[in-house]
Design a protein around this ligand. Structure first.
Ligand code: ADP
Ligand code: MG
Length: 687
């Protein structure tokens, strides 16, 4: 027995249930007990039938008053019976579950939880959750705070709850408390076993708060330590290159197609100061989509190159790498600077040549995807490394590139809105610059959420924009038609029908991740040059691409995307001086979906959007999408647990001051756990 045992060893879990659990990323008993509740319902309060609220969930304590009857309606089996309490009586029905007939005997007491509805002349509770009450004097054993879990359609809350109970029962002895006793005392943390028990089945609200605080603390504590040890080697080598600003710098600035904004100037100044100092720069540049990060990168690269160093710029997608390459080449070549591009689709021959040229220092700037990290790529005089859209890379990938040099300066750029406290944890060793202003002349993007009945109007609008010389993106959630998701728009069918029926006279092309890199590049290039008017794509265009002439972003099945993702997609338009539009199409009737799309209509601020998304969807999904490059948290909410985060930072600082290698006996368990997590991270980002 142990925590890492497969869930198949639990009684009642066979291959079928296991497959469903796997969908929830649950494979072991540990995963099972770390599947923390999404929310709780207080079922301690029991409602008399006469006070129960129609069309809402009610918690009632009843006696079975009639024998369950089976009927068939439209081929479906229905089990119905009557229940009562002192104040009234209602019907209970179960659909498609014939065995329910034998579950309930007249006279038995049950606690039922479910939605009550009026159906024709009857009032009924449909498919309630039920708990048998064997001892009315101990009603608190069933009427309690009840956890609600993320579930799949095929696994009911009752089943998951039962599995959690079983896992807890068999795991309890194996749960180790690796937090040093002194920390538990100083930060008033409850015992681990108590915490695990009460996070699932809290005795009362105080127990819940104590349990949660302990688990949040522990999770953030481990995260902070793991990140610290990943970075510590690097952070120690602070002595770096001392650059001097070249004479040509002013000329380079003047040759830019625009004047820098004040925010850009400010960030540039911070970077230049870092570069001129003797310590190695380690800086995060944060700026919302469209704030103009690329040109800042160009200026820093130019500076390093004119000081005689080689430089590298890494981007998460090929499309973006190519775009950066072309932009930078144009700026650099007049200064006799050689720029090269290395991506996954560079041919072997080209690649070998390129590797030789970089090694021989014939190339001063190498732009590429994570192909840059490969071992064969040696950059002997690497002086500056920039990672764009850093949130798409793992910490380790970022470090790998800078390790190619001795102590190169490092800039990472991201559009992710990270609250300051959080940035301190994730990028604790970095200085942070923020571009908090958009270039002038930008008009706020107009956003509308509509349903698919608007398509005719939308197409007419697109046609008008195209006639005015503009271009349009259309995003579909799927690449091709697929039986499981036939209700979702797909790129291939959509672009075909646009070409043949809707816009036969316009130039329509499509782009998706399954295409060959070369094709992708060609399509993107034609769109960037304005040869194509409408680009139907998947989210491959989500990061970074820049086509200022595009003014319409139409997103189909908008309910399928996270808000942060919609914000990034919307950031593809409104990059020039033209009024731009974002149209979100969704037929979803879901309340939360509607709220989310409404936020998009109301706000264009990445911070506001990210936080709202978090509130509406919960941290699991928000961070799970990897949109934010934040580590996936099981329980901590990186936005709202800021207070605990601060305590953790203090705590970690104290520990490391006394025991920097975690070699003391009392920190041994913590040390082992950190190592185990780092190995996981390594596997995760294995190339
Ligand atoms: P992001 O921060 O999203 O990476 P980019 O660097 O791609 O943004 O810049 C977005 C657009 O704004 C580009 O077309 C770029 O040329 C333009 N741009 C950047 N800085 C300025 C500026 N100071 N004035 C006018 N346009 C600018
Ligand atoms: Mg960018």
């Amino acid at each position: 027995m142990g925590l890492n045992q497969s869930i198949l060893t639990l009684k009642g879990v066979g291959a079928q249930v296991a497959a469903k659990l796997n969908k929830l990323q649950i494979y072991t008993l540990k995963d099972m007990i770390e599947h923390y509740p999404r929310e709780y319902e207080d079922r301690r309060k029991i409602t008399p039938i006469k006070d129960s609220i129609m069309d809402e969930h009610n918690n009632i304590l009843v006696v079975i008053a009639s024998k369950p009857q089976i009927a068939k309606k439209a081929g479906k089996i229905i089990v119905t019976f009557r229940v009562k309490d002192e104040t009234g009586s209602i019907y209970v029905t179960f659909y498609g579950q014939a065995y329910m007939k034998n579950n309930f005997e007249v006279g038995e007491k049950y606690l039922l939880y479910g939605k009550i509805r009026r159906k024709y002349a009857k009032i009924e509770m449909e498919s309630p959750e039920y708990e048998k009450v064997t001892d009315i004097n101990h009603i608190e054993q069933v009427a309690k705070i009840t956890p609600i879990y993320n579930a799949t359609s095929k696994l009911s809350q009752k089943v998951i709850r039962g599995l959690i109970e079983k896992s807890l029962a068999s795991c309890m002895p194996f749960i180790t408390d690796y937090m040093p006793a002194s920390i538990q005392r100083d930060y008033q943390l409850v015992d681990k076993k108590y915490a695990v028990m009460n996070i699932h089945f809290p005795k009362n609200s105080q127990a819940f708060f104590e349990a949660r605080k302990r688990l949040v603390f522990e999770e953030l504590f481990m995260l902070q330590l793991a990140l610290y040890s990943l970075k510590s080697d690097f952070a120690k080598k602070t002595l770096g290159i001392k650059y001097t600003t070249p004479k040509t710098f002013k000329l380079f600035l003047e040759k830019l197609p625009f004047k820098l904004t004040n925010a850009q100037k400010h960030v540039l100044k911070e970077i230049m100061e870092d570069m001129e100092s003797q310590t190695a720069m380690n800086r995060l540049v944060q700026g919302d989509v469209g704030s103009g990060k690329t040109v800042i990168a160009a200026l820093a690269l130019f500076n390093a190159i004119q000081n005689g160093y080689q430089t590298a710029l890494m981007a998460p997608t090929e499309v973006l790498a190519i775009q950066h390459y072309e932009f930078l080449k144009e700026l650099m070549e007049p200064f006799q600077i050689k720029v090269a591009l290395l991506t996954g689709s560079t041919t072997k021959k080209q690649k070998n040549e390129l590797i030789q040229d970089v090694k021989g220092q014939k190339i001063q700037l190498i732009v590429g995807t994570h192909a840059l990290i490969e071992e064969q790529v040696e950059i002997p005089k690497l002086g500056l490394v920039i990672t764009d859209e850093q949130h798409r890379f793992g910490v380790r990938q970022r470090l790998k590139l800078s390790e190619k040099g001795v102590t190169p300066d490092v800039i990472v750029m991201t559009a992710t809105p990270i609250p300051r406290t959080l940035a301190l944890i994730l990028y604790g060793d970095m200085d942070i610059s923020i571009i908090n202003e958009l270039p002038p002349g930008r008009q706020p993007i107009k956003t509308n959420a509509v349903d698919s009945a608007y398509h005719t109007r939308i197409y007419r609008f697109i046609e008008k924009e195209v006639q005015a010389g503009r271009q349009c993106y259309i995003i579909c959630p799927m690449v091709e038609d697929n039986a499981a998701n036939s209700d979702l728009q797909n790129v291939l069918d959509y672009s075909y029908s646009l070409k043949t029926e809707v816009f036969p006279t316009l130039k329509v092309e499509y782009l998706h991740g399954k295409m060959k890199p070369k094709e992708k590049n060609e399509v993107m290039r034609r769109f960037a040059l304005g040869e194509t008017q409408i680009l139907v794509a998947t989210t491959v265009i989500e990061v970074g691409v820049n086509v200022p002439n595009a003014t319409v972003m139409l997103i189909e099945n908008a309910e399928r995307f996270g808000l942060a993702q919609l914000h990034q997609l919307r950031g593809r338009v409104g990059r020039g001086t033209y009024q731009s539009y974002c149209i979100l199409v969704s037929d979803s009737k879901n309340k939360i979906t509607k709220k989310r799309l409404k936020i998009m209509e109301e706000s264009t601020d990445g911070f506001v959007i990210a936080e709202t998304d978090l509130k509406l969807r919960g941290p699991g999904e928000f961070f799970g999408t990897k949109q934010h490059g934040l580590p996936e948290m099981k329980i901590a909410n990186l936005y709202t647990d800021a207070k605990v985060l601060k305590e953790v930072q203090k705590c970690v600082k104290n520990i490391l001051a006394i025991d920097p290698d975690l070699s003391l006996e009392e920190n041994k368990l913590v040390y082992d756990e950190v190592i185990a997590r780092l190995e996981m991270e390594e596997l995760h980002h294995a190339l």
